[in-house]
Ligand binder design. Structure first.
Ligand code: URP
Ligand code: ZN
Ligand code: ZN
Length: 473
């Protein structure tokens, strides 16, 4: 019997700390050795990685899969199609949200998502919780028990009817998180500003896609971001600010971090590669870009890139929230009319996140390979309690590896993607560098754009304490 199950041979390994040549030996799904030059007869199987970069599988820390939506709208991806897209785009671990619906206990919400994911997902998965009803029972019993079971992060919203929490409630959630070592993620937008502006726009009949950027303007995001920082300060516990879209909000985070406050944050490809200009595409075309917060003015992305370069952002996550345009559950039918506030917000991106970041970030010299690995994998593993099992290439870590061909030229088209959404906001973009093989725990998931893994390969991940929480302790 050979010493190893698999050798990944001849590649250039990239981690968040280093780039080096190594052959990677894998046994029982784990990396067991990093070797200068390994003889091929040491392993049952060999993958030739000559000319390729071998990077840790991406970790998607923010995605919505098979989650209930407002009204008639229905997310396009379930755990099979969503995980196909993830794997083919170089992501081998996902952490979607398990949303508590009114009247449902947190545990019921989690059980529901286990039933949705199990036997379907081809990538490993954990769940963040969404707290929409933080009663005494939830905060006193259910949440502490779930944190202990490995659901160590949870999102709260400052906007959206049915999800929005008042500041007092957020303070209570933060206090529970502090006591039980959880990490609170906050959607920061000032609900009253949005509602008031939306009413003004509605009265004037200005209801096209472009109004999304007006109603959800940067001031509402900036104020709420600063408020979240204040709530964190009052309770003295870290927070993670999700999907930061504007430099105005980013500046608040930079301000907090410059004072040593434990504020962590992510931005998303839609804020780096899209802008308010996209809303001016005619009719329903502009509605493809509706998400909240929305893409900002064309000068905004340059500021956000500086935020990535200066570690104001620890993560770049997709916020994959795919609504098709056509068909039942799609935007046209579910909204009934082209009205920015009747259209469920969100856009697809789980498969395009890494290729866009690699091409526009690494290949165009905006970030180095180490930063790419850090913001797409390693930092997510640390912040969400999965490191060093996930997010790195080291002896003892899961063999979640992605082979990148840095020279592969691709013109993005939704027809070649693997999710169920009927459009990509990045249709026609030219990409340099592509993930040509993804593996999870030593099992190849997809090769050259073809899924080869059996459905249900993915397994649930009980997550540990966030690095942010440990640091603050
Ligand atoms: O528009 C967005 N971001 N949809 C997903 C839900 C959320 O707030 O993350
Ligand atoms: Zn959100
Ligand atoms: Zn989201």
């Amino acid at each position: 019997m050979a010493e190893y199950d698999l050798l990944v041979k001849g590649g250039t390994v990239g981690t968040a700390a280093d780039t080096f040549a190594a052959d990677i030996a894998i046994k029982d799904g784990k990396i067991v050795a990093l070797l200068d030059e390994a003889a091929t007869n040491l392993a049952d199987d060999v993958i030739d990685a000559t000319g390729k970069l071998v990077l840790p599988g991406g970790i998607e820390g923010h995605c919505h899969i098979d989650e209930p939506s407002f009204g008639e709208a229905k997310l396009a991806d379930d755990f099979l199609s969503g995980s196909w897209g993830a794997a083919c785009g170089g992501t081998t671990t996902i952490i979607p949200f398990a949303q508590q619906i009114a009247g449902m206990s947190l545990r019921e919400a989690v059980d529901d998502y286990h039933a949705k994911a199990s036997g379907k997902s081809i990538v490993d998965y954990g769940f963040h919780l969404i707290l929409s009803n933080p009663t005494d029972q939830v905060l006193g019993q259910e949440l502490p028990a779930l944190i202990a079971d490995g659901y160590t992060s949870f999102k709260v919203y400052m906007t959206y009817d049915g999800l929005r929490l008042e500041d007092m409630q957020i303070l209570e959630v933060l206090s529970t998180a502090k006591t039980h070592d959880g990490l609170v993620m906050i959607h920061c937008e000032n609900d009253h500003c949005i509602t008031w502006l939306a009413e003004q726009l509605d009265r004037r009949g200005e209801v096209g896609a472009a109004s999304m950027g007006v109603a959800h303007g940067p001031a509402a995001e900036r104020e709420a971001t600063h408020r979240a920082i204040t709530l964190s300060e009052v309770v003295d516990t870290p927070v993670f600010i999700v999907h930061v879209s504007s430099h105005q909000a980013m500046d608040q985070i930079a301000w907090a971090r410059s004072r040593g406050m434990p504020i962590y944050a992510e931005t998303c490809p839609q804020y780096l590669f899209l802008s308010s200009d996209d809303y001016s595409q005619p009719g329903w075309e502009g509605a493809k870009y509706i998400c909240s917060p929305p893409p900002r003015d064309p000068e905004n992305p340059a500021h956000l890139w500086r935020g990535i370069q200066n570690s104001i952002f620890q993560l770049v996550s997709s916020d994959h929230c795919p609504y098709s345009m056509e068909g039942p559950g799609g935007r046209k039918q579910s909204a009934g009319e082209l009205h920015f506030h009747k259209i469920s917000p969100g856009m697809p991106g789980i498969e395009t996140r890494l290729p866009l970041m690699f091409s526009e970030g690494v290949m165009k010299g905006r970030i180095d390979l180490q930063t790419f690995v850090a913001v797409t994998a390693t930092n997510a593993a640390k912040l969400y309690g999965l490191h060093p099992r996930k997010g790195t290439i080291a002896v003892g870590s899961d063999a979640d590896l992605v082979l990148w061909d840095p020279e592969r030229e691709v013109v993005l088209t939704n027809d070649d993607l693997h999710g169920n959404c009927d459009y990509s906001p990045y249709e026609g973009r030219h990409i340099t560098g592509w993930p040509v093989l993804s593996m999870s725990r030593g099992v190849v998931l997809c090769r050259d754009g073809k899924v080869v893994a059996p459905k249900g390969h993915g397994t649930f991940l009980h997550r540990g304490t966030s690095s942010a929480v440990k640091k603050a302790a």
